[in-house]
Design a protein around this ligand. Structure first.
Ligand SMILES: Nc1ncnc2c1ncn2[C@@H]1O[C@H](COP(=O)(O)OP(=O)(O)OP(=O)(O)O)[C@@H](O)[C@H]1O
Ligand SMILES: [Mg+2]
Length: 230
């Protein structure tokens, strides 16, 4: 039996009321196996970010179930859901969301703090992660002094801090040049192969297909296509 880490079953989400009501997801069911890399594609407005928000316990569906390790998280109380999210799930947002007043290393150390890393070890671990991402010379730069590709690597390092088993990333290579984008794809792939992580990337960028185990295409809030990549 496949080992599922994450999933949605029959989920529907709508925003707004009456005339303005938008059905962002309509009875969508998808499972994400542990230790796999899924790519979610689809046109603008097809429901990709909404799906990621459900999987990340940031949003509850109007109908259906969101599963994290067989637990129906949308039926839990808010505090319990938050505890699961902190422990198991991290995000890379399209807009980086770095703290601009903090240096690269402090941004990453904060990631460790959120997952309960010991204070004495946080800076050492943050330095180690940033070194692995080729940012050893920029540890003390603030985000304003970093290129988009560098900022995104800091955001990914922060998301990986504390080693959460699930990584959800929304357009992690947007506004990045070819080589920087490719590096991010390779870093995330190695997190699956060597770290056993479960990763879901939302992207319009077709070069991710080469790195992902399968591709899910959404259209109008439904799954249009689901293919395993060779
Ligand atoms: N907070 C919100 N309030 C109102 N409508 C929303 C909200 N979030 C999403 N929507 C609507 O739900 C639909 C799905 O949005 P979603 O952000 O999931 O699409 P997406 O596939 O991520 O698009 P994009 O590629 O542009 O990021 C869209 O019609 C969007 O306008
Ligand atoms: Mg989106």
């Amino acid at each position: 039996m496949p080992d599922h880490f994450l999933g949605v079953e029959g989920v529907s989400v709508s925003f707004g009321k009456g005339e303005a009501r938008v059905r962002a997801l309509r009875a969508v069911s998808l499972l994400f196996e542990r230790g796999t890399f899924s790519l979610v594609m689809g046109p603008s407005g097809s429901g990709k970010t909404t799906l990621l928000s459900l999987l990340g316990c940031l949003l509850s569906p109007d109908e259906g179930t969101v599963l994290v390790e067989d637990v129906a998280v949308n039926r839990l109380r808010e505090v319990e859901r938050t505890a699961i999210r902190r422990k198991k799930i991290s995000f890379v947002f399209q807009a980086f969301r770095l703290f601009h007043s903090l240096s690269a290393i402090d941004n990453v150390a904060l990631g460790f703090r959120l997952r309960g890393g010991r204070q004495s070890e946080r800076m050492v671990m943050a330095r180690d992660l940033l070194n692995r991402f080729g940012l050893g010379a920029k540890l003390h730069q603030r985000p304003n002094g970093l290129s988009p590709g560098e900022k995104q690597r800091v955001a990914i390092a922060r998301a990986l801090a504390g080693n959460p088993p699930v990584l959800l990333a929304d357009e992690p290579t947007a506004s990045m040049d070819y080589q920087a984008g490719r590096n991010i794809c390779q870093i995330l792939r190695s997190q699956v192969d060597e770290g056993g992580k479960t990763i879901v990337v939302v992207s319009h960028d077709p070069r991710w297909r080469e790195f992902a185990d399968r591709t899910v295409v959404l259209r109008d809030g439904q799954v249009e296509q689901e293919v395993k990549n060779p």
